[in-house]
Ligand binder design. Structure first.
Ligand SMILES: Cc1cc2nc3c(=O)[nH]c(=O)nc-3n(C[C@H](O)[C@H](O)[C@H](O)COP(=O)(O)OP(=O)(O)OC[C@H]3O[C@@H](n4cnc5c(N)ncnc54)[C@H](O)[C@@H]3O)c2cc1C
Length: 387
């Protein structure tokens, strides 16, 4: 197995950096103020094909692996931009790719690859179930050649900017199945037909500009042909997509961390107080150096997880560890960067307070740190399960 590193795919990295130059801090600051969607940025990424790197060539993508996708997201974040608006366009299609029928794949994947269709809404979380996914209540009952969906989801990002949604539902009640993970199914919902005809989307304003929403399903009719894979086996389908998601989010954290370290290093060299650059003081130097050390260690785990995924090997533990290490390293770097900048760290025009808010998300979503620790404790170390 060849381990791709943070230097892999230099051409992709260079091209992404060039694209990001057209979207400077002022662009993101204006969007952040109004909580609006970076349409121009997402269009530019779509046109250059960066969002379809994981789609096989036969369906119109570039058929590269996770390491290439990581390179795209890391550079976006290192440049001060934010891939959160569109990263799901890269990986949500994985459920369709791995478990969809040939008919579904040839209908949707080429259009997702070209950007004609956006599949970047992933509906899992519900207000009452939280991380305990097998307790979801959104229910799809079969009526003839349709499913009829009722229920509610929360924190479903980009739903207003997506044509399709991968939706996790129960098709059998938890109490009627042997194991809690049974009776869960995946539907590919065409949101263009659904909005105001059984689906209501309500935006949720959060501390960062993430286009996240609450969804209400009120007898939404979904054609039975939109079922992905077999009914009742959906829990397994989404779990294997989650490893890719965790590795990609981790690479965004690595990009954020590098952004903070770059900015802090520059500022510490330039800013002079008490007649010398602040970066000459070890009290300023050491936290920057520590951030770099932590980030490099995390990047090593991200590279390992991506390489295992691309080699088709099990990578659950590595994907989780990569996400945890990278999100903690980027958060440490964010805090260090604010401290290095003193008061200016809080000024909107420096972009640091915005990136600080953005990178904090990743210790909670798409999976929180405690749940990762629980996975490592029970699945890797064999400790007794606590739930
Ligand atoms: C901005 C944003 C965007 C999001 N986008 C999406 C999306 O597009 N699609 C989607 O489906 N979801 C999305 N989410 C949801 C996200 O995945 C969840 O918020 C996250 O998984 C945590 O779940 P929860 O909020 O229900 O927390 P809970 O499950 O309620 O947990 C709350 C806290 O308790 C801890 N905890 C819970 N149980 C245990 C335990 N047994 N032991 C120790 N600690 C425990 C957790 O670690 C967490 O810190 C998004 C969330 C946010 C904030």
């Amino acid at each position: 197995m060849t381990v791709q590193t943070s230097e892999s795919y230099p051409e992709i990295r260079e091209a992404v950096r060039r694209l990001c130059q057209d979207f400077p801090g002022e662009y993101w600051q204006a969007l952040d103020r109004d909580r609006t969607y970076p349409t121009e940025f997402v269009n530019a990424l779509t046109e250059t094909g960066f969002l379809s790197v994981l789609i096989p060539e036969e369906y119109g993508g570039s058929g590269l692996g996770l390491a290439a996708a990581n390179a795209v997201l890391e550079e976006i974040h290192r440049s001060g931009c934010n891939g959160g608006a569109c990263h799901a366009q890269m990986y949500t299609m994985g459920t369709l790719l791995r478990h969809g029928s040939e008919e579904q794949k040839s209908e949707y994947l080429p259009k997702i690859a070209s950007g004609e269709l956006r599949l970047q809404a992933f509906g899992v979380t519900e207000p009452t179930s939280g991380t305990d996914t097998t307790r979801i209540r959104t229910f799809a009952r079969r009526e003839g050649d349709h499913y009829v969906v009722t229920g509610q989801k929360i924190w479903i990002s980009r739903a207003e900017h997506s044509d399709l949604m991968v939706l996790l539902v129960r098709t059998e009640k938890r109490e009627d199945v042997e194991k809690p993970s049974q009776g869960i199914s995946v539907l590919l919902v065409d949101m263009r037909d659904a909005i105001d005809d059984g689906l209501t989307i309500r935006p949720v304003r959060t501390m960062l500009n993430h286009a996240t929403t609450e969804l209400f399903f009120d007898d939404l009719k979904v054609p039975a042909t939109q079922l992905i894979g077999e009914e009742g086996k959906g829990f397994k389908y989404i779990l294997d997509g989650m490893n890719a998601e965790r590795v990609l989010i981790a690479s965004e954290c690595i990009g954020d961390g590098r952004f903070f370290i770059d900015r802090a290093s520059e500022y510490a060299k330039d800013r002079s107080v008490f007649g010398r650059p602040i970066g000459q003081n070890q009290g300023i130097q050491f936290p920057i150096a520590r951030a770099h050390v932590q980030l490099e260690a995390a990047a090593g785990m991200v590279d390992k997880a991506a390489s295992l995924f691309d080699a088709g090997k099990p990578c659950g533990a590595e994907a989780n560890m990569a996400k945890m290490l990278a999100s903690e390293a980027s958060w440490y770097a964010a805090d260090m960067c604010i401290q290095t900048h003193g008061g200016f760290g809080f000024a909107e025009e420096y972009d640091i307070e915005r990136k600080f808010r953005e990178t904090r998300l990743y210790q909670v979503a798409p999976i929180s740190t405690n749940l990762i620790l629980s996975h490592v404790a029970t699945h890797v170390l064999g400790l007794p399960k606590s739930f």
